[in-house]
Design a protein around this ligand. Sequence first.
Ligand SMILES: NC(=O)C1=CN([C@@H]2O[C@H](COP(=O)(O)OP(=O)(O)OC[C@H]3O[C@@H](n4cnc5c(N)ncnc54)[C@H](O)[C@@H]3O)[C@@H](O)[C@H]2O)C=CC1
Ligand SMILES: O=C(O)C1=N[C@H](C(=O)O)C[C@H](O)C1
Length: 248
Amino acid sequence: MTAGIRVGVLGARGRMGQEVVNAVNGADDMDLVAALDAGDDFAALKQAQVVVDFTHPEAVMGNLEFLTGNGIHAVVGTTGFSEERLEKLRSWLAADPSLGVLIAPNFALGAVLAMRFAQQAARFYNSAEVIELHHNRKADAPSGTAAHTARLIGEARAEAGLAPGEDATTSEVDGARGALVDDVRVHSVRLPGLVAHEEILFGGEGETLTIRHDSLHRTSFMPGVLLGVRSVLTRPGLTVGLENILDL
Ligand SMILES: NC(=O)C1=CN([C@@H]2O[C@H](COP(=O)(O)OP(=O)(O)OC[C@H]3O[C@@H](n4cnc5c(N)ncnc54)[C@H](O)[C@@H]3O)[C@@H](O)[C@H]2O)C=CC1
Ligand SMILES: O=C(O)C1=N[C@H](C(=O)O)C[C@H](O)C1
């Protein structure tokens, strides 16, 4: 019998971490060697080849500094990555060219497809808005997925030479028109009962296009996380987005 990939989990007592622990335990080609949460001794992580991080935007950079400093590959679902953070991570990775880190704003297949479809549609519509809907325990707004979607739409618009669509709003209650991310309006809804949902709305001449994805259970993220664990071992450097691994 061949040995499985030695996997550690950070944030193991959280909503996502618990699912990852179950998924790794259920994978024939993986062995769970550490399941840690805040305050635990990270020494056990040194047994791992790959560590999966679902923690908190304020914790993730410290975790990644530890992992990259100890030659451990990482698969990261935690949100909160600015371009500045990604640059810092690239600089840590440069010290060990064999090491891989995968960061994915969303590990659900449908969410990755929805982002790609939105990117494809963006050059045909000046006007686009994103609505993301999540459970009310979520720390960050807008969601990492919505911010990434807005960025993709903004880039596609810029490439096509499109300006953002007209908006006649001159009087607004603060926040009523959402947050602006790359010139795309993003609206965040927080309600108990929800898991993770996103709608991307495009408006054109006499028509609208709506792309919607719903994660109804956190198991929806697990095939993507396991694929990430299997792939990161042979993907040195920084990869941002599961779409790169799915070859979309
Ligand atoms: N990329 C994706 O597909 C998904 C990403 N997420 C993101 O994952 C993150 C976690 O989400 P949830 O599991 O819902 O949160 P949660 O609050 O249920 O779990 C986070 C866990 O991390 C622990 N933690 C905090 N700091 C830590 C540290 N320094 N080291 C180890 N553990 C630490 C907390 O004690 C907690 O148990 C969020 O940023 C969320 O947006 C969530 C779902 C899917
Ligand atoms: O906190 C969550 O739950 C989720 N976070 C990620 C995000 O911010 O996009 C992914 C998914 O939407 C669930």
